[in-house]
Every structure is written in C-alpha cells, then in structure tokens.
Ligand binder design. Structure first.
Ligand code: S3P
Length: 184
C-alpha cells in the first residue's frame, strides 16, 4: 500500500512500559531530531506529576491536556514524540499525529510489560490489585487502535538500540515515500 503522507516527525505509541521514551530518545539521536515526551511536557506545564494530575483533577482532565498538546504538535518539525500509552485512545488524537508523523507502535506481550512495570508506582492506571489482568484488559481494548500505526514493532526480543535503528531507517525510507511497512 502506498502512503504519500508528508511525514516530518516520528511519533511513538504503545502501552506503558514498552520503552517508548528510551527508544524515542535513541531515534532522535540517530536522526538528529529533537526528542519530546508528552507526559514530561504535561508535567512541566502543570507543575505536577502525572499521578497527581490523575488524583487531583481526574483522568478526563489529563486526557483533555493530552489532546490540546496533540493539536499543538501539528506544527512540529523534526521531532521524535513519545506519547503516553492512552493518548491514541482519545478520538482524533491518532488522526492528528498521522497528519505530520510517521507513527510507530512498540508492541510487547503482557508478561514483558508486567516485568517492566512491576516495581514502578508512578502509573496510576496500573496501581490495581491485579496489574497483569489490568494490562491484559487494557491491551485488549487498545490493541485495535495501536495496530493502526504505520509500523508495528515487537520489542519482546529487541534491544532498545535495535528498535531505534529499525525505526530510524524505516522513517528515512517513508519520508522518501517508500511503501507501508510492518515488522513483527
Ligand atoms: C497512561 C500511560 C502513561 C501516562 C498515564 C496514562 C496510559 O504514560 O500517560 O499514566 O493510559 O496508558 P506511559 O505510557 O509513558 O507510561
């Protein structure tokens, strides 16, 4: 399938804990683009941690802040944008990213995600009695949206470095208007 979108940026989507920020900053280094992480931008703007925003203002307010930022990013150029795991679920956000960015989803199994997040406490949605079940349930709902990415990259058996190199080279191809590409 040919994809003639003029992409200037790279956007990383995918579940919590798959390594979007780590891989994204490496992709930015390879392409000599600026790296940004939507969660960090929202924390800086609000002066609060994500968990505090969820606790004090609620998830809906956080999703509104995310969507406002996504609209601003339509002006972005030469950026690698790492997104919060729920960002593409808000209607309109994925479509907005696709206007200017090559959208890459990092995909990992429930077990890999659980192993990566189990000692972390800063993700309010995973502070549940059974995080594995929560991950499985959320992935079930989010999977169909994540799979709309231009590139779906499995990271269970790839190092961040390898993932970053693959993404950078896929971006270089597509920004030279190569065809759609799926790597598992
Ligand atoms: C969320 C993912 C988090 C953060 C918030 C909600 C989600 O970002 O935006 O806790 O809904 O999946 P990471 O994917 O960077 O952990």
């Amino acid at each position: 399938m040919s994809d003639a979108r003029p992409v200037r940026n790279v956007a990383l989507i995918g579940f919590m804990g798959v390594g979007k920020s780590t891989v994204g900053s490496m992709v930015a280094g390879i392409l000599n683009f600026e790296f940004m992480d939507t969660d960090r931008v929202l924390e800086e703007r609000s002066g609060r941690r994500i968990a505090d925003i969820f606790a004090k203002e609620g998830e809906a307010a956080f999703r509104g802040m995310e969507s406002d930022l996504v609209r601003e990013l339509e002006q972005a150029d030469r950026k690698v944008i790492s997104t919060g795991g729920g960002l593409p679920m808000t209607p309109g956000n994925l479509e907005s990213l696709r206007k200017h960015a090559y959208v890459v989803c990092l995909w990992a199994s429930v077990e890999t995600i659980y192993q990566r997040v189990r000692h972390q406490t800063h993700r309010p949605l995973l502070n549940t009695p059974d995080p594995t079940a929560t991950i499985r349930d959320l992935l079930q709902v989010r999977g169909p949206v994540y799979r709309q990415a231009d590139l779906l990259l499995g990271v269970d058996y790839r190092s961040p470095n390898e993932s970053a190199r693959l993404i950078a080279s896929a971006f270089r191809q597509i920004s030279g208007q190569e065809s759609r590409h799926v790597e598992r």
